[in-house]
Write a protein that binds this ligand. Structure first.
Ligand SMILES: Cc1cc2nc3c(=O)[nH]c(=O)nc-3n(C[C@H](O)[C@H](O)[C@H](O)COP(=O)(O)O)c2cc1C
Ligand SMILES: CCCCC(=O)C(=O)O
Length: 404
């Protein structure tokens, strides 16, 4: 199991990572808040959705996974994104650099967390200097983005944004479902802190690192977010961000249609549907269940809906795309890949997921990700019926029944 090429699914990688990591680090990555209902539900909700595949579609040998995002500004090779995840050197010395390099090599986008164990500038230059060989004659393209936690001292946030912009990050993701930090019992029990010599590299020399670097009475993360993050934010944060940066703005952590409408009114560039991997408010709706309402709130606006939470299979990615997500994030499995095999481990995780995505598209009968629609799915509690149209040719499909 040491050799990443021997792994055949993402669950297997988690088991390898578990054996290699310290208990506090593994628990920090794996756990959710309180009873972990939201964590489990995010995965389970995918499994309740069924496919209604189309046959004999005259598919190309390889289905096309290109997507246009951020109002058509960028065409990306893949709808996959590595969402922001803090402290990646806890998994492996390759840390954020290994993860972003592996992502770029696969044409997968990467979002760097504020709470990284590698400096913004170092991640940017590693990402830029990673040369991606053309794949089957096509050059792979992906984005690098920066995720922001808004500090009580706005000068801290402003300086992070300016550094990310100067370093060439292409979008700013602002996370709105934290603070306060969710009640993560494993971290409290473990008195989680960042073991030396690891540090929050974006804040060297600033008081903002102190609570996380030292073992305290409780979770260092909770202490840090309480001491420094602004928990009083409202929608006026969007115009403030616009006054500081020209980067596209993505709001991460939305689960409601009316919040998506507010995001639309504030002309954000994308709404990221997420429950923070079940690490914040427990018992939230699963992101995949929240997606359709958000997508319909954004309809006609040109604003993308992105999604993460519980994505563990190519079929999960296809379901999210069919329900209208433009980008789909895969979180913990990337950390397991990193812990189990460094950059090579992440690369293997992403290649398995891409392969599963390609196979699932073919089996579902979609020539490209852009051909996916809810028509490929049967949602829980609904009974499908498919009728040929009276004119012959393409059939008509409807769904009877009500939501459970
Ligand atoms: C260890 C860990 C650290 C995270 N750190 C951040 C972070 O710094 N910023 C953020 O917006 N989200 C953070 N998240 C949430 C992820 O961006 C993402 O929403 C979530 O992991 C997706 O769920 P999944 O792990 O089931 O794929 C973190 C998640 C994990 C597991
Ligand atoms: C204090 C925030 C820590 C990073 C984070 O977002 C997470 O652990 O989920």
């Amino acid at each position: 199991m040491e050799d990443p090429s021997s792994w055949i699914n993402l669950a297997e990688v988690q088991a390898v990572a578990h054996k290699k990591m310290t208990k506090p680090a593994y628990d920090y990555y794996a756990s959710g808040a309180e009873d972990e209902i939201a964590l489990r539900e995010a995965q389970m909700a995918f499994k309740r959705i069924r496919f209604l595949p189309k046959m004999l579609q005259g598919l190309p040998e390889k289905c096309d996974t290109k997507v246009k995002v951020l109002g058509g500004r960028y065409t990306l090779s893949s709808p996959l994104i590595v969402p922001p995840m803090a402290m990646q050197k806890l998994a492996h010395p390759d840390g954020e650099i290994g993860a972003c390099r592996a992502a770029k090599m696969h044409g997968v986008s990467y979002c760097l967390s504020t709470m990284a164990t590698t400096k913004i500038e170092d991640v940017a230059s590693a990402h830029s200097s990673t040369v991606v060989p053309p794949s089957e004659g096509e050059s792979l393209s992906s984005l690098k983005m920066f995720q922001l936690y808004v500090y009580k001292d706005r000068r801290v946030s402003e300086s992070l944004i300016r550094r990310a912009e100067a370093a060439g990050f292409q979008a700013l993701v602002i996370t709105v479902d934290l603070p306060p930090l969710g009640h993560r019992e494993a971290d409290i029990r473990n008195r989680f802190h960042l073991p030396a010599p690891l540090r929050l590299e974006n804040f060297i020399g600033e008081s903002t690192t102190t609570e996380i670097d030292k073992k305290g009475a409780s979770s260092g993360l909770a202490d840090h977010s309480q001491a420094h993050f602004d928990s009083t934010l409202d929608w006026s944060i969007v115009p403030w961000l616009r006054s500081v940066t020209t980067l596209p703005i993505v709001v991460k952590g939305i689960l409601r249609a009316d919040d998506a409408l507010m995001a639309r009114q504030h002309r954000v560039d994308a709404v990221w549907v997420s429950n923070h991997g079940g690490r914040q408010l427990d018992c939230t709706i699963a992101p995949i269940d929240a997606l359709p309402e958000v997508v319909s709130a954004l309809e006609g606006s040109g604003i993308d809906a992105w999604l993460d939470g519980g994505v563990r299979r190519g079929t999960d990615v296809v379901k999210a795309l069919a329900l209208g997500a433009k980008l789909v994030g895969v979180g913990r499995p990337v950390l397991w890949g990193l812990a189990a095999g460094g950059e090579k481990g992440v690369s293997r995780v992403l290649s398995m997921l891409k392969e599963e995505l390609g196979t699932s598209l073919q089996l579902a009968g979609a020539p490209s990700v852009r051909d996916l629609s809810p028509d490929f799915l049967v949602m829980p509690g609904m009974t499908p019926f498919c009728r040929p149209s009276s004119q012959g040719g393409g059939g008509r499909r409807g769904i009877v029944g009500s939501r459970l």
